[in-house]
Structures are given as structure tokens and as C-alpha cells.
Design a protein around this ligand. Structure first.
Ligand code: PLP
Length: 284
């Protein structure tokens, strides 16, 4: 079956789908995006994603390409036309097409791109064995709370992780505290079984998975705190994990080559992982 993409008002065969060479997303990374999980043909946590999208647009002083209700119709149509049961939906909005000039163009209309594809079933081995992370300096800008398509430091960081044989790179601020992964939020569990993740300030993206996990913990009486944690604290944590829409919740079993806890996924992490997967099914 051939894939279909929505590009600026048209549903096009994927291989013909393209943006203009003077699209500001293409030239400046001047755009925002969202990635949503599709479960049983339904969007998971659609509303929080749309709230974050609206916030990103406001922060970058960009117009929305269409109303929220129209966007919901386009997203559903892309899922339908691609016959995606379980997968992801990607949506991107750029400031538009205009002659190349840094300042905002006077008249450009935002360009919306939406794609959807099945997600390959996660390798159960990965969740079973846990994954390795490395730590790297956080070289990003000071507005990481905006889900901007300008992701060069994240791309470089993920590549460093790959080259080190790790799954993810945890970025570290000048104070020695972990901000987040290159495409995931970072969590640890302390010796007294309290779950710690950095507060949602402008140094991190406030992940929708992060919000769901916090909500699960609040509802089910887990002990947790949103505060910075150092690399040293992470390395002596009893458990660690990471979260994102595309990987759900994965146990971290080593940091910079040193085992976390006993080097296997911890019990609290496993429980939260199960709970999160239930949430995905319920929130769709
Ligand atoms: N942090 C960064 C830098 C990301 O790029 C992402 C996802 O793309 C996340 C965290 C996790 O966010 P979410 O749970 O909304 O997928």
C-alpha cells in the first residue's frame, strides 16, 4: 500500500510530497512539530499534544495553519489514508515560504505537513535488558521547552550515543545536572525509592509521556519529586529510565559504562512501564 502525506492543503503520494526550497523550516529550522502515538487507529493523549503545539506556536510568534478542529480532521484523515493501526503521527508547521531573510516575512502563511506510519513493534529484548546512556554537555539554546524542528545539537548528541554503543545521550548543564536526553526525558529512582525528574523549566521539553507518568505516579501514590539531579547522583541511583512518545518508558541500566543499581531494570521502573502501557491503551 502506498503512503500518503498531507502537505500544505493536499494529500499527496509520499514519494511526491515536498516543501518549497524557500520554506523557512527548510532554510532556518523556523518551525515546530509534534509526534503522537497512534494506538488502535486512535491518537493517544491528543489534547496535551495540541496544547503543547499551541504553546510552541505562541512562543515562536507563529500563526496556526488552521483551527484545532480542522487539524484534528487532517490528522485522522492521514491515519486513515495510511491505514495505520499502531504507529506514530508526525506533524510539522513552518512559518511559511518566503524569500530568505532572517526577520519574519510580512506575508507568509504557515505550512503544515502531516505523515503517519506504523511503528515497528518495540524489540521486547530492549525493554527486558534495559539500555545504556552516555552523558554529554548540553550545548542547546535556552528555550528547550519549545518543540522546535531545529534539532542539530540533539542530532549530534544521538550520533555520539550511537558511536559509543549507547541508546541515548543524557545532556548535562553547566552545573553538572542532567537536563534530558536528545529525544527523551530522563528519570532516576533514589535509594529511598523516590522518583526524580527535572522540573519542566526552559532547559527541557515537557514531554507528554513525562506528564502521563507524573500523573500515574500522583494517582497511585508513588513518591516523586521534580528537581535537578547531577550525573553523580544518577550514577549512584538505584534505578533509572527514560520516556518519550516513540519509545514509551525504557529502563536505563548503565550510564557512561557504569551499571545503574545491579545493572538490570529495576522493579519500580518495570511497574511504571506496565502502567504507562496501560495508559496508552486507555488514552487512545
Ligand atoms: N525531550 C526531547 C528533547 C524530545 O525531543 C522529546 C520527544 O521528542 C522528549 C523529551 C519526549 O517528549 P514526548 O514524551 O512528548 O515524546
Amino acid at each position: 500500500m502506498s503512503r500518503v502525506a498531507y502537505v500544505d492543503g493536499q494529500y499527496l503520494p509520499h514519494r511526491l510530497a515536498a516543501v518549497h526550497i524557500e520554506d523557512r523550516g527548510h532554510q532556518f529550522g523556523d518551525g515546530v512539530y509534534e509526534v503522537l502515538t497512534v494506538f488502535g487507529e486512535q491518537l493517544v493523549d491528543e489534547q496535551p499534544h495540541l496544547v503543547r503545539l499551541a504553546r510552541s506556536l505562541v512562543e515562536l510568534r507563529m500563526r496556526a495553519p488552521m483551527s484545532e478542529s480542522a487539524l484534528k480532521i487532517v490528522m485522522r484523515e492521514v491515519i486513515r489514508r495510511n491505514r495505520v493501526r499502531n504507529g506514530i503521527l508526525y506533524l510539522q508547521i513552518s512559518r511559511g515560504v518566503a524569500p530568505r531573510e532572517h526577520a519574519f516575512p510580512k506575508s507568509a502563511k504557515p505550512v503544515l505537513v502531516v505523515t503517519s506510519q506504523p511503528r515497528r513493534p518495540a524489540d521486547p529484548q530492549i525493554a527486558e535488558a534495559g539500555i545504556a546512556v552516555i552523558t554529554i554537555p548540553d550545548i542547546r539554546w535556552r528555550r528547550c521547552d519549545i518543540k522546535s524542528i531545529a534539532l542539530l545539537p540533539n542530532v549530534l548528541g544521538k550520533q555520539l550515543a550511537r558511536e559509543a554503543g549507547a541508546f541515548e545521550a543524557w545532556q548535562v548543564d553547566p552545573e553538572g545536572c542532567v537536563t534530558e536526553g536528545t529525544s527523551t526525558n530522563a528519570w532516576i529512582v533514589t535509594a529511598d525509592r523516590s522518583v526524580v525528574t527535572r522540573q519542566a523549566d526552559s532547559a527541557i521539553l515537557n514531554g507528554i509521556t513525562r506528564l502521563a507518568v507524573l500523573e500515574i505516579m500522583a494517582r497511585e501514590g508513588y513518591r516523586f519529586v521534580e528537581r535537578p539531579f547531577t550525573v553523580a547522583e544518577a550514577k549512584t541511583a538505584s534505578e533509572a529510565f527514560l520516556t518519550s512518545t516513540t519509545v514509551d518508558l525504557l529502563p536505563v541500566v548503565s550510564i557512561d559504562g557504569a551499571p545503574v543499581g545491579d545493572g538490570t531494570p529495576g522493579p519500580l521502573t518495570r511497574r511504571l512501564c506496565e502502567r504507562y502501557l496501560t495508559h496508552v491503551a486507555e488514552a487512545a
